[in-house]
Ligand binder design. Structure first.
Ligand SMILES: C[S@@+](CC[C@H](N)C(=O)[O-])C[C@H]1O[C@@H](n2cnc3c(N)ncnc32)[C@H](O)[C@@H]1O
Length: 248
């Protein structure tokens, strides 16, 4: 019997197709993680301060939602490329990405990071102090949308990293732009979320937040932005990276 006859006469039952897809996905995920770890080992040798920040996050029971080591290094490189002097981060968690970014600051530079949860902020402050960065990092406790208006007097920011709740991603993008200048870089994490960004009819406010963010960017003439899908230890997601092309 030829392959076409076999396919027509004995089509694969849907359950088996799904099982095979699951198996393939698991295999892919394993490979993404292995490759991510290989890159981190070769290009981002172990750093006791950053490793400690992750251990402190885990020991305190905070969720494993920080950027990966390779993503942290990418953030640092981007901020270094534009010689960022002022950095704004929305979403601190335990301060892991904060440390990567603060290390990129030009001499005399400063970073403001916004966090809503006091318990997370406490761990972050300890990690930032352990990294010797307390004099350059200013953590503002409270809901980001409440803290952002006061930052108008402290900007413009050369680099803004948005990594908080997805629901408010469009508002964070608008604030990032408002607090920027021509030449600033805006980076937004979690803009793909395993492809759920495609679910136009989804009722989840997080998904709608990400989609509204894309709509805003698409209509915004003062930012040139793209998004890159990422795979690795964090699964399938994406970073949006945009250059502010005119003064807001
Ligand atoms: C993905 S984590 C940040 C991870 C961090 N940037 C890193 O990579 O190490 C998101 C953080 O945003 C905080 N967050 C969520 N909603 C917030 C809000 N409305 N205002 C301020 N922070 C918020 C969460 O408590 C959490 O710590």
């Amino acid at each position: 019997m030829g392959i076409l006859e076999r396919l027509y006469l004995h089509p694969t039952p849907p359950a088996r197709v799904e099982r095979n897809q699951d198996k393939r996905q698991k295999k892919f995920k394993k490979k993404w993680i292995e490759v991510d770890r290989y890159i981190a080992q070769r290009l981002g040798p172990s750093d006791p301060v950053l490793d400690m920040a992750l251990k402190a996050r885990e020991a305190a029971g905070l969720p494993d939602i920080n950027v990966s080591p390779n993503q942290g290094k990418l953030l640092m490189l981007l901020a270094q490329t534009i010689r960022a002097h002022t950095i704004l981060e929305i979403g601190t968690l335990a301060g892991y990405s904060t440390i990567w970014l603060a290390r990129a600051l030009a001499p005399g530079g400063r970073l403001i990071t916004l966090e809503a949860k006091p318990r997370y902020a406490k761990i972050a402050l300890a990690n930032i102090a352990h990294a010797g960065l307390s004099n350059r990092v200013d953590l503002r406790l409270g809901r980001a949308l409440d803290s952002l208006p006061a930052l108008s007097a402290e900007g413009p920011f050369d680099f803004v990293f948005v990594d908080a709740d997805h629901e408010n991603m469009p508002e964070y993008f608008q604030w990032a732009l408002k607090l920027s200048r021509r030449g600033s870089l805006i980076v937004v994490d979690n803009v793909v979320r395993r492809g759920t960004v495609l679910h136009a009819g989804a009722s989840k406010p997080e998904i709608q937040g990400i989609r509204r963010f894309y709509d805003l960017v698409a209509a915004e003439p003062k930012v040139s932005m793209t998004a890159i899908q990422t795979v690795g230890v964090k699964g399938h997601d994406g970073f949006a990276i945009g250059l502010v092309t005119a003064d807001p």
